[in-house]
Design a protein around this ligand. Structure first.
Ligand code: ADP
Length: 400
């Protein structure tokens, strides 16, 4: 029963999961937060219900791995018996260099670090995690799985910004796209669900979480996606604006006294649902709208209007669309958001069945279910994403 240890390192956090390849099951998972602060919090749990939770000072990611290894000893499962074949690292930005999961050696680690100007919050943290994990699991192959890799099949027309070409080239400015691991996993599963070979299936995946992005997939390859050079672009998100006229930044800098850092915080952390309606959680915003708060109602309309626009755009660009999937926290759980996003698209061949969507149809509230009506030309599904499993499977393919 081979396993892969999956690592997702943030600047002050470490998330991990031990994934069993044959079943796809998570044998153990955990999260360490506030690394480097006085009181860090650390949690570990295993599939048998064993748990450990502690508040303690964890100085850095190396110490965090020390804590994790102790929990595997104390709470289990035993890593000695886990037949680990490798360690998979989620890496946010792979630039135009990494078009697939790649075994990490010193050179690859340097290249990931060199992409930091394109993802200043993420890549340096990913490298810190890689360094600590390579020390903790010195005898295993380590593999980087990039959020951007799936989108390197975008055609130039989709990834090019209409910017002075020399500036774009010098600063590596282009659309990279993110959430690639999720879009790849969900689009592959969606093709299975609609019973068509992947190579002949055209689909649209709507990954609606705290961060959100859409992806058009033609025959298994990403051909368009809504995030851009960074994860700021595209749909309205929990705390990010999504698309916005770039001149708004110039306006705020010239007339509002905003610095570069102020703008970064405003666009990435203070906007989206949070900025418009006071919470980045879809449940709160729906509750406010239900209680008659006008700003929350407008925020929801803006959120779903933008999704509908992207669906229309991708249908035009795909030419023929077979299937559409909703995934991630909002996409998997919010029937209202799904219904509102696709409302009025019946003449485009998208007909939602209200009962199936609400979880009161024949399949009940099965996590994975078809929500379109039988007569809908385009099959619409809820497909739970599983980025850890996708990473584990890519690691297995690379080390094999
Ligand atoms: P991340 O992008 O951090 O991985 P997730 O995909 O887990 O996020 O999505 C988290 C978001 O999903 C929450 O902020 C919330 O808005 C939304 N969400 C989670 N559960 C529900 C639910 N039952 N109904 C509506 N929205 C939900």
């Amino acid at each position: 029963m081979s396993t892969v240890f999956v690592v997702n390192a943030g600047s002050s956090s470490l998330k991990y999961q031990l994934v069993e390849l044959a079943s796809g099951a998570s044998l153990a998972s955990g999260l360490i937060e506030r690394i480097g602060q006085v009181r860090s919090s650390a949690k570990h749990k295993n599939a048998a219900g064993g748990e450990a939770q502690e508040e303690l000072h964890i100085q850095d990611h190396a110490q965090a791995f020390g804590w994790v290894l102790r929990q595997f000893d104390a709470v289990g499962p035993s890593l000695d018996d886990a037949d680990m074949i490798g360690v998979g690292h989620r890496v946010v930005q792979g630039g135009s260099r990494f078009d697939r999961a790649t075994i990490i050696d010193g050179r690859v680690q340097d290249q990931i670090e060199a992409l930091s100007p394109l993802a200043p919050l993420h890549n340096p943290a990913n490298v810190v995690g890689i360094r600590a994990a390579r020390a903790a699991f010195a005898n295993l192959p380590h593999v980087a799985v990039f959020d951007t890799a799936f989108h390197l099949t975008l055609p130039p027309a989709a990834y090019t910004y209409a910017l002075d070409r020399s500036v774009a080239e010098e600063h590596r400015v282009r659309k990279y796209g993110f959430h690639g691991t999720s879009h790849q996993f969900v689009s592959r599963r969606l093709a299975e669900l609609v019973g068509k070979p992947l190579g002949e299936t055209n689909s649209i995946v709507l990954h609606l979480g705290n961060g959100s992005s859409a992806c058009a997939v033609r025959g298994g390859e990403s051909v368009e996606t809504s995030m851009g050079m960074t994860p700021l672009a595209g749909l309205v998100m929990g705390t990010r604006t999504g698309d916005i006229d770039a001149s708004v930044l110039l306006h705020l800098a010239r007339n509002g006294g905003y610095s570069i850092d102020d703008l970064d915080t405003l666009l990435n952390k203070r906007s989206g649902l949070l900025g418009m309606a006071g919470s980045n959680d879809m449940r709160d915003v729906r509750a406010s709208a239900g209680a008659g708060v006008e700003a929350a109602r407008v925020a929801l309309e803006t959120y779903t209007y933008r999704i509908r626009g992207v669906v229309g755009q991708y249908m035009a660009q795909l030419g023929r669309t077979d299937a559409l999937a909703f995934t991630a926290g909002v996409g998997e759980n919010s029937a209202e958001t799904r219904a509102e996003s696709l409302a009025g698209l019946e003449s485009f061949g998208i007909v939602i069945d209200a009962d199936r969507n609400a979880g009161t149809g024949p399949d009940g509230d099965a996590k994975e279910r078809r929500i379109s009506a039988d007569e809908s030309a385009i099959a619409v599904w809820v497909v739970p994403t599983n980025e850890e499993l996708e990473i584990a499977q890519q690691v297995a393919a690379v080390v094999a």
